[in-house]
Design a protein around this ligand. Structure first.
Ligand code: ADP
Length: 397
């Protein structure tokens, strides 16, 4: 009998879902419900290469999940709960409490609630997703897969900020890191591609999507990552600044009289590529750059330079490096960014092959030159499949 897993990713006003075949990882159907709680919501259900869209008000998460289940009934495939081995949930912040996926029970919900101060934008939505799915699928195990879990292996010197003890002990201020599910998937796939055992593979992985981060991975375990307490630190992102002088908050507050919330919002939403060039979409950015837009050129250069600095830093952190791995929408698709970020690093043993780099392939592949001491790989990530895989592992234990 086919075992299936339903994967749910509940955001602040959206719900993404995918039904997967538990043995192959193939998507049987997927969809998104957007603008939950607004006057008019949109549900898009994709199955068998066809998209079914409908627009209507979607009051809350329960309404969103019920609408998704209704779309399964109408457009297929029908969800037979006896074939549903698990519902896998993406949960953004697990603090330092979870290094593994866990089956959801009342205690787990209370713990995720306790972690809300660490992720006020994400954890409340994730919690709502967990609660609603438990109500609608009372007989199916619900598994929480944390975005932070993969980075729990970071050594103390990498996750510790140089701040007073009370902040660290009482307020849990430290580096946690995100995109963990993607790193777990991509690291395993990269080792396969290199033909090396994961335990003996050192990687710098660059997850470059709307959010972007870098990780140093030694033997399949994270030893450092660029996002910190929150997903604001590190690389330049679509709308987030990434690294900046922490004194900028105080400076803006004193100079402009802005509140901390206003400053935070500006750093999350109006900064990054958007702040530099007016657009956050990387494709549009490169189009504008090709047309001679100076602001777009600067944004691209700042972005690429930041990636390059992290490659150097994490190479040093690892000591020995087998591959630099690009993933996420930008990492997978922008040959131009990969070339700019790694240009001239031959003394570090990193040499791209221009033809391989520019070939319009979409599968996992090497784009380094033969003889490059460090391989350069492009590995499409699949966070839903990784969540499903981890959820199945937990329920089969
Ligand atoms: P998310 O982080 O939301 O999952 P993705 O990983 O899909 O996002 O990445 C989205 C980014 O990838 C966008 O900036 C988009 O412009 C960029 N992107 C997608 N396709 C291409 C492409 N062919 N060339 C350059 N950038 C691309």
């Amino acid at each position: 009998m086919t075992e299936r897993v339903l994967v749910l990713n509940a955001g602040s006003s959206s719900l993404k879902y995918r039904l997967l075949d538990g043995s192959t990882g193939a998507a049987e159907a997927s969809g998104t419900v957007e603008r939950i709680g607004e006057d008019s919501g949109i549900l898009t259900h994709s199955v068998g290469g066809e998209e079914h869209a409908e627009e209507r008000r979607i009051a809350d998460f329960e309404d969103a999940l019920r609408s998704a289940l209704d779309a399964f009934d109408r457009h297929g495939p029908a969800i037979d709960t006896s074939q549903l081995a698990a519902v896998g949930h993406r949960v953004v912040h697990g603090g330092d409490l979870f290094s593994e996926p866990v089956v959801v029970d009342d205690r787990l919900l209370a713990t995720v609630e306790d972690l809300v101060p660490l992720a006020p934008l994400h954890n409340p939505a994730n919690l709502e997703g967990l609660r609603v799915a438990r109500r609608l699928f009372p007989d199916v195990p619900q598994v929480a897969v944390f975005d932070t879990a993969f980075h729990q292996t970071m050594p103390e010197h990498a996750y510790t900020y140089a701040v007073p003890l009370a902040w660290r002990e009482e307020h849990r201020i430290r580096r946690y890191g995100f995109h963990g599910t993607s790193y777990a998937f991509v690291s395993r796939r990269a080792a396969e591609l290199l033909g090396r055992p994961v335990e003996d593979t050192n990687l710098v992985v660059l997850h470059l999507g709307n959010g972007a981060s870098a990780a140093a991975v030694r033997g399949g375990r994270s030893v450092d990552t660029s996002m910190g307490l929150t997903p604001l630190e590190g690389l330049v992102m679509g709308t987030r600044s990434g690294d900046l002088d922490p004194a900028i908050h105080g400076h803006l507050h004193r100079e402009l009289g802005w509140s901390l919330d206003e400053i935070d919002r500006a750093l999350y939403r109006d900064s990054g590529l958007r702040g530099l060039s007016g657009v956050n979409d990387f494709r549009e950015l490169t189009r504008r750059m090709a047309a001679g837009d100076e602001a777009a050129r600067l944004a691209f250069d700042v972005y690429a330079y930041r990636v390059r600095k992290y490659v150097g830093a994490y190479y040093a952190a690892l000591g020995e490096l087998h591959a630099v791995v690009f993933t996420g929408g930008v990492g997978q698709h922008s040959a131009e960014l990969r070339a700019a970020a790694l240009d001239g690093l031959f003394r570090l043993g990193i040499v791209l092959d221009p033809d391989r780099n520019e070939a319009p392939a979409t599968d996992a592949r090497a784009v380094s030159a033969d003889g490059s001491a460090v391989a350069v790989l492009v590995v499409p990530t699949d966070e839903e499949w990784e969540i499903a895989r981890q959820a199945l592992e937990v329920v089969r234990r």
